[in-house]
Design a binder for this molecule. Sequence first.
Ligand code: ADP
Ligand code: MG
Length: 227
Amino acid sequence: MVISIRNLTVEYRAGAEPFLALDVPNWEVGDEEQVAISGPSGSGKSTLLNVVAGLLAPTSGSVVVCGTELSDLGEAERDRFRAAHVSYIFQTFNLLQGYTAIENVLVGAAFSHGGVNRTQARELLAKVGLAHREHYYPSKLSIGEQQRVAIARALARKPKLILADEPTGSLDPKHAAGVVELLREACREHRCALVVVSHEMKIAEAFDRRVDFMTLNRALNGNGGAS
Ligand code: ADP
Ligand code: MG
């Protein structure tokens, strides 16, 4: 099991009253499994990914990712855990603007122990169809190309799990399906599990396992859903 969740809750304390954003009694993702999560904006999808990535501490419950119980860890330990096991792909890629495509991939690798060297980084860029863009800065790449660099960077860390939060949110529909297919293929090849969050039904439909977040997150019943 790459993810195993029991009785997870997450409360935000932004206002006077704590706000229950997440209540997930039970959820598992197997090694090398690929899962699509769909649900409306504000339903807590990013909150769940942030907890699984170790960016956000659970309020209560058990979250075991790659064999590590995250609820026992402090912030620095969670950062180390993430560097070792999990790659996160965002809607807006988060590429380092002052670095070329290949440098972005190498920086990704630098944060993990088992990361790739320059030759392997070059191979990863070739795999995502960007061999000819190795020395380009992000600003000179199309949006679709930038997201493919982000995929190569995610793989460079040799993670056991890739989390992708609306990875096609900035792409037009024509490129969106291709980028997700590329991501899925790469994860299969690297024997890495994949959780993709998307509110686009088209994206979710390509996956064998689809999770309806409205059903998974029991907090939505109490809160009356997205706000
Ligand atoms: P989604 O990714 O499905 O759009 P989010 O996980 O981003 O949903 O947010 C779920 C709910 O939690 C929303 O109502 C949002 O306003 C709230 N929320 C998210 N982040 C915070 C935060 N840092 N502090 C307070 N409330 C937050
Ligand atoms: Mg979100």
